[in-house]
Design a protein. Structure first.
Length: 553
């Protein structure tokens, strides 16, 4: 549950640091005092979009921080999945927004993505504002309520997985059919292209070798002449090899009487061996270089073939031609094996379709049973809320298979026995919708593990005994291991709170500032008396307020 809320530099709030108790609490205050600002700050903390305009004028950044006690709610798995520190007695969420528009989110001082704090926030706090009454217009919300009462979370998860697999199988099937259709239109051309490339007997690295060979063949005479001239300089009369050999003899003849020349003799011997080896290599190359017109034509023709294929297929290398050939082979293999593959995918799709239908039928059975339970409980809750002739039915009609099954759920309502049942959002008044939503929330709160529920003026459009009954429902929800906080303008509801907070504004030299504080017993009497009688608090209003507090607490 929410234990502490800290807000700094948010809209009209300088700094607010306030603690909350479990059970049922109320927040009151005049219109415009800043109740919506506090909810806005809490919404920001729970992942709503950040806006630098919400920072109090003249400040650099705003901070919203909340401390939660999670000891009764078994949330350790979430923290382990997100690799976050876990302390069930002290979970802290923080959101910071700077004047430049940058936003940061933290869980237990660890920076997290906004989606993470939003995911955790949805498991910690449910803020029910008046616009949430519009949920009654949405089929998915009504189906969600029935699923909660049905307790079919595992069944819906199993169905969703099967449905997703079915969608994937349908996608693969359609893609294969489209591929087969397109391939069939171009099969002859594909086979011609593959045959041409296959006949070319392409080899990796072949083009580079051929280009080098062609370069040598086209310069054969020039190369051979240069090599013979070099060979003659090495081995001809007075050539380098003979001169080196003579020099070695000269040095060797005096090495016995001139030891200092021994190292030079050794180096000279090494040079002679290296030079002779070079000369022999040149001689061998010279013998093997010949002008060969037939070989040159053969190399040229092969290169022409490769260049032609590259130009035709708009590629720049033999490697790319090989890749293209292999891709064509794969396409042709698909065409040749398409009937078998198509049959396999159709079988897979049919099996998943049957499994989906079976799981959807089980969901329908569970939902029908839950629908009867919802109808009965809603009637029991709405009659004491001032709708004695209420009829409330949950209609399940079949729709095409979708991600949530094939059930379309609609809540039908009428407040009179003579009026036909119609969708609740179309026929219920504002006050009736508020009572329906409160009853739904009370009903499902016992089935979901949600620590904190905040009602923002859910009492709009009601008064008197109905308001008292709505207060009792919220009080009962708070007594059932829930923390329920109601923002209200009605004294009947305010008097029911175990804790009472007041939001008010102060005019200061630097502008208007909103504050919030917990009221003591005497302050509660004055606040409720003011809610009863207006700005001028009468003695009768005070006595009435004291009586409300006595009978309701």
């Amino acid at each position: 549950m929410l234990q502490r809320l800290f807000i700094k530099n948010f809209t009209l709030i300088d700094e607010l640091d306030i603690t909350f108790d479990g059970g049922f609490s109320v927040i009151t205050g005049e219109t415009g005092a800043g109740k919506s600002i506090i909810l806005g700050a809490l919404g920001l903390l729970l992942g709503q979009r950040a806006d630098s305009k919400t920072i109090k004028a003249g400040r650099e950044r705003c901070v919203v921080e909340a401390q939660f006690d999670l000891r009764r709610y078994d949330m350790q798995a979430f923290f382990e999945e997100k690799d976050l520190d876990y302390d069930d007695g002290d979970c802290i969420l923080r959101r910071e927004v700077t004047s430049s528009g940058k936003s940061r989110a933290f869980i237990n001082d660890t920076p997290v993505a906004l989606t993470t704090i939003r995911e955790l926030g949805s498991q910690l706090v449910d803020i029910h504002s008046q616009h949430q009454n519009l949920l009654l217009q949405r089929d998915d919300f009504q189906l969600h309520v029935v699923d909660i009462i049905a307790g079919d979370a595992k069944d819906t998860a199993d169905y969703a997985a099967t449905y997703q697999a079915l969608r994937q199988a349908n996608k693969e099937l359609e893609e294969l059919r489209e591929t087969i259709r397109k391939s069939s239109e171009t099969e002859d051309y594909l086979r011609f292209q593959h045959h041409e490339l296959d006949e070319a007997r392409l080899v990796e690295g072949e083009q580079e070798e051929l280009e080098q060979a062609y370069s040598i063949l086209s310069h054969a005479e020039e190369i051979k002449s240069a090599l013979f001239e070099a060979d003659n300089l090495f081995y001809g009369d007075g050539g380098v090899v003979e001169r080196l050999k003579n020099a070695i003899h000269c040095i060797d003849s005096v090495s016995n009487v001139f030891p200092d020349i021994t190292e030079v003799a050794s180096r000279l011997e090494s040079s002679y061996i290296e030079v002779k080896d070079i000369a022999d290599e040149i001689s061998r190359h010279a013998e093997h270089i010949d002008f060969n017109p037939a070989r040159m034509e053969e190399v040229s023709n092969r290169l022409d073939t490769l260049y032609h294929l590259q130009q035709k297929h708009h590629v720049g290398s033999v490697s790319e031609l090989i890749a293209l050939r292999d891709d064509l082979q794969q396409q042709l293999s698909h065409i040749d094996g398409s009937d078998e593959l198509l049959h396999e995918l159709e079988e897979k799709k049919n099996v998943l379709q049957a499994k989906c239908e079976q799981q959807a039928t089980r969901l329908t059975t569970l939902r029908l049973a839950a629908a009867r339970e919802v109808e009965e409980e809603m009637r029991q809750r709405l009659v004491p809320l001032g709708i004695p002739k209420v009829r409330f039915e949950v209609s399940l009609t079949e729709k095409p298979l979708a991600a949530d099954g094939h059930d379309k759920v609609s809540f039908l309502f009428t407040a009179n026995t003579s009026t036909p049942l119609q969708p609740v959002a179309q026929v219920a008044s504002g006050g009736e919708i508020a009572r329906v939503m409160l009853s739904l929330k009370a009903m499902i709160s016992g089935a979901v593990n949600l620590p904190t529920i905040i009602f923002d003026e859910i009492d709009t459009g009601v008064s008197g005994k109905v308001a008292e009954m709505m207060a009792r429902i919220m009080q009962e929800m708070g007594d059932n291991d829930r923390q329920v906080i109601s923002i209200t303008h009605l004294p009947q509801i305010a008097a029911r709170g175990a804790s009472h907070y007041k939001v008010y504004k102060e005019e200061q030299t630097d502008g208007t500032t909103s504050h919030m504080r917990r009221l003591n017993a005497q302050e509660r009497v004055s606040e409720i008396a003011q809610m009863l009688s207006g700005s001028e608090i009468s003695e009768a209003a005070i006595k009435n307020a004291e009586q409300l507090l006595r009978q309701d607490n």
